[in-house]
Write a protein that binds this ligand. Structure first.
Ligand code: ATP
Length: 432
């Protein structure tokens, strides 16, 4: 079993992540988080919010609507250019992203570039023309089903921030540099969703648009890059050697970006993008000015100088972070998820040594309720034998198991077993 298969199987078996709509045969590119997965995911999202928003004065949060006026996507260029090159194998009729058929293809390959590549599905070489496929999901808003009713599920959270820039400046007037942060769903009709939760059609993003004075962008970029590293290494705890920063070359950057750093991670299927940091100049605010006719100028409180801020964007994908965490901390040999305590779905598991001894069960429940009040995420487990319980808690990443036995009834101590060392120590209940 490959490492990825091991992770997928663990996620399903223990209630972290299920295929979306599995009971009906699934829905490609969608995933559902189960009882443990939802805690892991929220732990990651909460750490992010705490790190970027709650602990800083210069970044504020927003939560914009997923459905936005379609002019948003005209202004941002998504209607015109948010597309991937689509190609069909004329033999087996499978469709693929042309730029992903082999390594080192340009972002928009020509038919000549791919002519000699074998179809990954049937092995033949008989390709259709390449056409651009817009990845936005369309819907109709309101009861009238005409062109004017067309709207889109947002393909990124960023535009919900840009469109609120003026509202926030008018309402709160933060001092530049300042950032606006948002977490939320984004939808992309990916041609080939793949690699478990890595490339999805519905995913969750965490993005910041950081508004700066144009001439300061280089310094601010460096500071944000340092903060991204701090978040990934110190907050999430990802191992440094699994992270690789890549200065994106000019020809691969968006045309408006003067600097982009992709932060790549060693996923089980190879190195790929975990998150990105991009300098977007005044591209987005200028687009909004043009489309809305409203000024996006900012007036410096001290000097009275006016300017349209430039923007630096740290952009994270939640599912990719979840997958990076699972990859980094899953010890496949021992079947243990060595999650840092702050990420673990449960901090403790409490259980009576024997399920059929009422005295033990009552005492254990008492301790469970007390710990749960304090730490919220505490598991109760009285199934199977103690060995099986340890194995299960190891698999879901619970750092400590607390066991109540006959000695507990005599001297108010319990056994605490450590996930990583398997060491057991006696601890007084009052010191838990
Ligand atoms: P890729 O090149 O992998 O398609 P991207 O460069 O298009 O990604 P961005 O548009 O910069 O990605 O999106 C920002 C972040 O959102 C990515 O770094 C990633 O973490 C996440 N993300 C984007 N698309 C998806 C997706 N289809 N599934 C899961 N996460 C995604």
């Amino acid at each position: 079993m490959s490492k990825l298969e091991g992770i997928v199987s663990l996620c399903k078996r223990r209630g972290f992540i299920f295929q979306g709509s599995e009971v009906y045969g699934g829905m490609a590119g969608t995933w559902d988080f189960g009882p443990l997965g939802v805690i892991l995911k929220r732990n990651i999202m909460n750490l992010w919010w705490k790190f970027w928003v709650l602990r800083r004065e210069d970044i504020l949060g927003v939560d914009a609507a997923i459905l936005m006026n379609p002019r948003t996507w005209v202004a941002s260029g998504h209607t015109e250019t948010f597309s991937d090159p689509l190609v069909e194998c004329k033999e087996c009729h499978q469709r693929f992203r042309a730029d992903k058929l082999a390594d080192n293809l340009p972002e928009h390959p020509t038919e000549k570039d791919i002519a000699e590549i074998n179809c990954p599905s049937c092995g033949k070489k008989n390709w259709s023309e390449i056409r651009e496929f817009n990845m936005m999901f369309r819907t109709k808003v309101g009861a009238v089903d005409d062109e004017k009713a067309t709207a889109y599920f947002r393909p990124e959270t960023a535009q919900g921030i840009f469109t609120n820039y003026k509202n926030v400046v008018d309402a709160i007037y933060p001092t530049v540099p300042f950032g606006l942060a948002q977490q939320g769903k984004a939808f992309r009709n990916e041609i080939s969703p793949r690699d478990f939760i890595f490339r999805d059609r519905e995913c969750e993003q965490m993005e910041i648009e950081y508004f700066v004075k144009p001439e300061t962008w280089e310094d601010e970029f460096e500071k944000l890059l340092t903060d991204c590293r701090k978040f990934l290494f110190e907050e999430i705890g990802l191992p440094k050697e699994m992270i690789h920063e890549e200065e994106v070359a000019a020809e691969d950057r968006a045309h408006y970006s003067k600097r982009t750093v992709d932060v790549n991670f060693d996923f089980p299927f190879g190195m790929d993008e975990l998150m990105g940091l991009a300098y977007r100049t005044d591209f987005d605010l200028r687009n909004i000015e043009r489309e809305s006719g409203k000024s996006m100028e900012y007036r410096d409180k001290n000097t009275g100088e006016t300017f349209v801020p430039h923007v630096i964007e740290p952009s994270f994908g939640v599912e990719r972070l979840v997958l990076a965490v699972l990859t980094a901390f899953y010890d496949e040999e021992k079947g243990v998820l060595r999650l840092p305590e702050k990420l673990a779905p449960y901090k403790f598991c409490v259980s009576p040594l024997l399920k059929n001894k009422p005295d033990l069960v009552v005492k254990a429940r008492e301790i469970y309720v007390t710990l749960r009040e304090k730490y919220t995420y505490v598991a109760w487990d009285d199934s199977g034998n103690i060995g099986k319980r340890y194995k299960k808690q190891d698999e879901i990443g619970t750092p400590k198991c607390v066991v109540i036995d006959f000695q507990t009834l005599e001297d108010e101590t319990v056994t605490v077993r450590d996930r990583d060392t398997a060491e057991q120590v006696r601890v007084e209940i009052k010191n838990l």
